[in-house]
Design a protein around this ligand. Structure first.
Ligand code: AMP
Ligand code: ZN
Length: 667
């Protein structure tokens, strides 16, 4: 081994160990800074020495590879559901059924928590993660390996004496803290918060860009192993072994000798689960002996040797004082139940969402009613019913509002949509302040010295009516306002001025065009280079841009068809905001690939897929996701999909290697 190779290997080992200590054991032994320095060093060496590439390198954790279509993979061992039970009696019945089959043997049980996330099956060969597949319908699922590799608690390389080949199953979850933080960032960016950790975790697995997955605080909790001749005798041993090989396995699992002990575990966690860092929806009880499990076998959909005990969603009743209506930045109306404060699952609840008019009608919920409030997977509690016995005789059915509570405009409801909308997007105060708040937010113009409340104040005082007005604010106008001082007014005005250098793509995002999020804004900025070109783009041209679909294209066209929006953009331009790519961004661009369309497939040696795509676009070429007669070249790396290969060959599209591509752009 050369000394460079040794250095790379030892850095990888070191980083693996630190990842394990941090993400699996929760016991870091070096600072984040030191970790980053080591990672950077590794990345640099790997870049300089691609010959030492390793698909399990900790440097892959940052993601970058993009999956356009997730391939369907048949599970070698089926992923079953679990039967549910809800009471001690259910459990005793189950135990009787088991004893009838097994005869007179002493049965032990392993109790684990039932983690509420998305199930995943990981295949390891020779200690390396080779595949990760979602549950799908239990028989086959989607291959999401690239995304799973970014989850730091999933080992890419195992330790200890692991079997040569096995599947391990677990649950991908988002911790409550991580979920709350993600939502806070979304709200700051003017995006709707996610509903609950479970759906968000499962949605994350199917994101195309693994770099986005890498940013999400996902974790993987493991609970079962399947394979041939594993030499493991009990479920409890499975958990211990998995832990030794480097997997994250919660330690709350308990070995129980009787259903009575099982019930103690269930009762304990039913009341203590809210102190866990993640959500659980029950307990899973498994017959401990693998031999017993094999004897018991499976029904059509679940193992006879396992049972889920479902916690009851916590429910309380309280009085609904008033129904109010919120208007979002896009004009969507959300009815909100304002409740007599009540303690539920460890927090005080004052408000609950009523979703929309249909929901109110379905529940027949009215002001003054005593209602049942429940906290399931959702962060925002919901109203599940009305205590009709407590309804007073003079109660009147709820009449949904017909006009906007903020501006008085008559609401509309489009065919097939559940939500009412206020169509007055240019005059409705909440929509106006909502758009300005989005404009100044961190991921958009990032205006320092200004927050949501300042926007409301400035608007109320008549100093701003849209985001362009921010740029003509003076210190003298701001100082006299409530809670403003000389210094804060100065910061505000300076912050606004400083935002003039924010790059084009973020300005585009800040404009608040519906469906144009951060990523889409980047794509559009790159494809059109300046706002003037974008303003006159047609639907056809827009959808030809990689990742831009009909819905986004329509929204962009609708935005620029509105004269007030065009006027705003013109004003912002006159104040000196960036409405085209910078010299530097343009300098790296050529016309070498003009008129050519590329499809990128497989894994590359010296460059990530994203970088390759960027190179194509920077040189004037287009990236398409599927091969057609219009494709000029397919750039193929390792593991190019066989169907793509056949298709390219049958259409006579040339397949070129990474090297051949590089020659094209460097020539
Ligand atoms: P269900 O989807 O209700 O049929 O429940 C079965 C699912 O529970 C499995 O597919 C797993 O994803 C999930 N699960 C969560 N925690 C566990 C655990 N400790 N053991 C087994 N399955 C679990
Ligand atoms: Zn309105």
């Amino acid at each position: 081994m050369s000394s460079i190779e040794q250095k790379i290997a030892s850095l990888r080992d070191e980083l693996r160990e630190h990842n394990y200590k941090y993400y699996v054991l929760d016991q870091p032994s070096i600072s984040d800074f030191e970790f980053d320095m080591k990672l950077k060093e590794l990345q640099k060496l790997e870049e300089e020495h691609p010959e030492f590439h390793d698909p399990t390198s900790p440097s892959l954790r940052v993601g970058g590879a993009v999956t356009k279509n997730f391939e369907t993979v048949v599970h070698e061992h089926r992923m079953y559901s679990l039967d549910n039970s809800y009471s001690k009696e259910d459990l005793e019945d189950w135990e009787k059924r088991i004893q009838r089959i097994l005869g007179d043997v002493q049965v032990e049980f392993t109790c684990e928590l039932k983690y509420d996330g998305a199930s995943i099956s990981l295949t390891y060969e020779d200690g390396r993660l080779v595949r990760a597949v979602t549950r799908g319908d239990g028989f086959q699922g989607d291959e999401v390996t690239t995304n799973i590799k970014t989850i730091k608690s999933v080992p890419l390389q195992l330790k200890g004496d692991y079997p040569q080949k096995f599947d391990i199953r677990g649950e991908i979850i988002l911790t409550l803290e991580g979920f709350a933080k993600m939502n806070q960032e979304r709200v700051e960016a003017g995006e709707d918060p996610y509903m609950n950790p479970r759906n968000t975790a499962s949605g994350s697995l199917k994101l195309q860009d693994s770099a986005l997955v890498a940013q999400r605080p996902l974790e993987c909790l493991l609970y079962s192993i399947t394979g041939n001749n594993l030499g493991i005798k009990t479920q409890f041993e499975v958990l211990e072994k998995a832990r030794q090989w480097g997997f994250k396995v919660p330690t709350v699992a308990k070995l129980c000798k009787s259903t009575q002990e099982v019930m103690q575990f269930v009762d304990y966690w039913d009341t203590h689960r809210h102190s866990l860092p993640y959500e659980t929806d029950g307990v899973v009880i498994k017959v401990n002996s693998i031999q017993n499990q094999e004897e018991l076998g499976y029904t059509a959909k679940s193992p006879r040797w396992a049972m889920a005990y479902k916690f009851k969603a916590e429910q309380v009743s309280t009085v609904l004082n008033e129904i109010t209506y919120q208007v979002g930045r896009t004009g969507a109306i959300t009815p909100v139940a304002n409740l007599e404060p009540v303690l539920l699952a460890g927090t005080t609840v004052k408000r609950a969402s009523l979703h929309n008019a249909d929901q109110i009608a379905k529940l027949d919920v009215r002001e003054g009613d005593t209602v049942f409030v429940e906290k399931g997977g959702e962060i925002i509690p919901k109203i599940v019913g009305v205590d009709f016995l407590k309804r007073s005789a003079d109660s009147k059915p709820t009449e949904y509002i017909t006009h906007c509570p903020e501006c008085g405009t008559e609401l509309i409801r489009k065919e097939g949509e559940a939500q009412h909308f206020c169509p007055n997007d240019t005059g409705c105060p909440t929509q106006i302040t909502g758009r300005i708040q989005h404009f100044i937010s961190r991921k958009a113009m990032d205006i320092e010295g200004m927050g949501s409340e300042t926007v409301e104040l400035l608007f109320k005082e008549g100093l701003i009516a849209n985001y362009a007005d921010l740029y003509i604010l003076t210190k003298e106008q701001v100082v006299p306002l409530e809670r403003m001082a000389e210094k804060s007014a100065e910061n505000l005005v300076n912050g606004v001025a400083a935002s003039k250098s924010i790059p084009f793509e973020r300005v585009l995002f800040a404009l608040g065009i519906r469906y144009v999020g951060e990523t889409v804004a980047k794509k559009l900025a790159k494809a059109y280079k300046n706002v003037d070109a974008l303003m006159v783009a047609t639907q056809e041209e827009l959808v030809a841009v990689d990742e831009i679909g009909e819905r986004i294209a329509e929204s962009v066209i609708r935005f620029f068809a509105e004269p007030t929006n065009v006027a705003l953009v013109e004003r912002l331009k006159s104040y000196g905001l960036q409405f085209s790519l910078s010299e530097e961004q343009l300098e790296n661009q050529t016309d070498k690939l003009k008129g050519q369309t590329f499809v990128v497939s497989g894994v590359f040696e010296n460059i990530s897929r994203d970088e390759l795509k960027k190179l194509i676009e920077d040189n004037g070429g287009k990236v398409a996701s599927s091969i057609s007669s219009k494709t000029s070249f397919v750039v193929a790396g390792d593991n190019m999909g066989p169907s793509k290969k056949t298709k390219a060959e049958s259409l006579g599209v040339p397949i070129i290697s990474e090297q051949e591509f590089m020659e094209k752009v460097s020539a």
